[in-house]
Write a protein that binds this ligand. Structure first.
Ligand SMILES: *[C@@H]1O[C@H](CO)[C@@H](O)[C@H](O)[C@H]1NC(C)=O
Ligand SMILES: *[C@@H]1O[C@H](CO)[C@@H](O)[C@H](O)[C@H]1NC(C)=O
Ligand SMILES: *[C@@H]1O[C@H](CO)[C@@H](O)[C@H](O)[C@H]1NC(C)=O
Length: 260
């Protein structure tokens, strides 16, 4: 009974993984049709674009390694809205022996090395206890049109938060709307790895904790500075331990004075 259940499950997983190799009868359309469908949705289109960049070395044959970035791009692509990205993974290159079709088959073949890791990551997506990297969390959100819109509002309305100045009600609103998005759930708990592109993940989290949620317990404000526009900048430091921290505090206060 149990083994039957497991083997059923596994065949589902393998279905995703190997349908490309085993030509499952169910037709999803050709790759170019599916690409067209995906590109007509902004989120899926974004995920496809990210995949193109992150997996370029692999799909073009420069490398045979499925890098972390490429794995994440694939997870984001197959998670994108309404299965649009999933269909893409399952697509068929088409009949014939044209240059385009051969190129498509080659690409698909090369991406196969990613299958196991990607499927495992994708399976754990719905498990709230699984912490993922913030890059992937961001890509998951970007792969969904409404999450992407919320993310864009957030970026627009929270520029002062990103600078550590303030959490305006406009910004806080945008953030709350963003976190209500299903595809943004992992953004709450994701792991800042320091390799995020375009933003400072751990600073962002720190500013959000302190400025928006008043979680000052783990951070301490060591000074503030009012700039020309009357906005206040805060400098935070984790709870001091000993003399070194005292020196840093003094240094920051001195810096503050110099800057004002
Ligand atoms: C965020 O900014 C956009 C565009 O500037 C605006 O349309 C939107 O209403 C803002 N969101 C909030 C919650 O204020
Ligand atoms: C931001 O929104 C949260 C959730 O509604 C609220 O608890 C918090 O007090 C708000 N913070 C600011 C600074 O407005
Ligand atoms: C933040 O929390 C502290 C206690 O931890 C409290 O004294 C302070 O009034 C709070 N500030 C806001 C704006 O809620």
């Amino acid at each position: 009974m149990i083994t039957k259940y497991i083997s059923k499950n596994i065949s589902f997983v393998f279905f995703l993984e190997f349908c490309i190799l085993f030509r499952i009868t169910e037709s999803y359309g050709t790759c170019s049709e599916i690409r067209g469908r995906c590109e007509s949705r902004i989120g899926c289109s974004m995920a496809l674009h990210t995949f193109g960049i992150a997996c370029d070395d692999l799909t073009s044959g420069i490398s045979e390694e499925c890098t972390k970035q490429c794995q994440r791009a694939l997870v984001s692509l197959i998670s994108s809205e309404n299965g649009a990205g999933m269909d893409f993974i399952n697509c068929e290159c088409g009949e014939g022996n044209s240059m385009e079709i051969r190129h498509c088959e080659e690409k698909k073949q090369r991406v196969q090395v990613c299958a196991t890791d990607v499927i495992n990551a994708w399976k754990s997506m719905d498990d709230p206890s699984v912490v993922i990297s913030c890059t992937l969390a961001l890509w998951l959100c970007e792969a969904d049109s409404s999450c992407l819109t919320a993310l864009n509002y957030f970026t627009e309305n929270c520029s002062n938060l990103m600078k550590g100045r303030q959490c305006s009600s406009r910004c806080n609103n945008s953030m709350n709307i963003l976190y209500q998005q299903k595809q943004a759930q992992k953004l709450h708990t994701c792991n800042c790895e320091g390799t995020e592109i375009g933003f400072d993940c751990s600073k962002m989290r720190k500013y959000t904790d302190v400025l928006c949620h008043n979680k000052t317990a783990t951070y301490r404000q060591v000074g503030n500075h009012v700039d020309g526009n009357g906005a206040t900048s805060f400098y935070f430091l984790t709870v001091p331990r000993g003399i070194n921290d005292l020196l840093i505090v003094i240094l920051l206060i001195v810096l503050n004075c110099l800057m004002s």
